[in-house]
Design a protein around this ligand. Structure first.
Ligand SMILES: [Zn+2]
Length: 217
């Protein structure tokens, strides 16, 4: 899943209006922010295998540190705990932890059974929505629209940047997603990992957007 994870961050703004959109994206995409770093370090592995599922040519051969259920729960505690230490809000810390966990749940819906339960445990899960192109498009796009709708209902642009930077961000996500869906398979996994590392830049972009938007009454 790609834009569905961002949808969670947009939607979570309604539940945690005082949390920055950047923080919410860090949480909802946390496992995918870790993954490329672990791949580049040689800790986790993937191969390019067109036809692996209808939607993605990526074959996630092993990624227990970033994408096992046990580690997802631990990362949820780490992200929520770090927020609590810095900002002392239990409420927002719990919502951020929920955002991190949601990533694993949504991945379990979309991936074929390649998601580990825990490092070293052979059992894998995945309901395989990625085996249906139409199903993937409908579910992800519906989530995305719902998330955007909640965010726009919760916040209003304070100035032109608050509007333009936000809609440019939404358009960028949509175009990147369509590129993944309809573009040619990437040349190799390292290229995918480097592009994914650049996704970290979406966090300051989202922080910038949020600073130019205000909460609606
Ligand atoms: Zn993921």
């Amino acid at each position: 899943m790609f834009i569905g994870h961002f949808a969670v961050a947009f939607g979570a703004k309604k539940a945690a209006p005082r949390a920055s959109l950047g923080t919410l994206i860090l949480a909802s995409q946390f496992l995918d922010f870790l993954w490329p770093i672990l791949v580049l370090l040689g800790v986790e592995h993937a191969t390019i295998e067109p036809g692996n599922t209808v939607v993605t040519p990526l074959n996630f051969t092993d990624y227990p540190v970033s994408h096992s259920l046990l580690m997802a729960l631990i990362w949820s505690a780490v992200v929520g705990g770090a927020y609590w230490i810095v900002k002392r809000s239990v409420n927002i810390a719990l919502i951020l932890a929920g955002c991190v966990t949601s990533h694993w749940v949504l991945d379990a819906l979309t991936h074929r059974p390649d998601l580990p339960i825990a490092p070293g445990v052979p059992a894998m899960v995945g309901l395989g929505l990625w085996n249906s192109f139409a199903g993937t498009v409908v579910v992800e796009f519906a989530l995305f629209v719902a998330g955007i709708w909640l965010y726009v209902r919760t916040t209003a642009a304070r100035d032109r940047i608050g509007s333009i930077a936000f809609w440019a961000f939404a358009a960028f996500l949509l175009v990147s997603w369509l590129g993944n869906l309809f573009g040619p398979p990437p040349p190799d996994v390292r290229a995918v990992a480097w592009i994914s590392v650049l996704m970290w830049l979406l966090i300051p972009w989202a922080v910038w957007i949020d600073r130019h938007r205000v909460l609606r009454a």
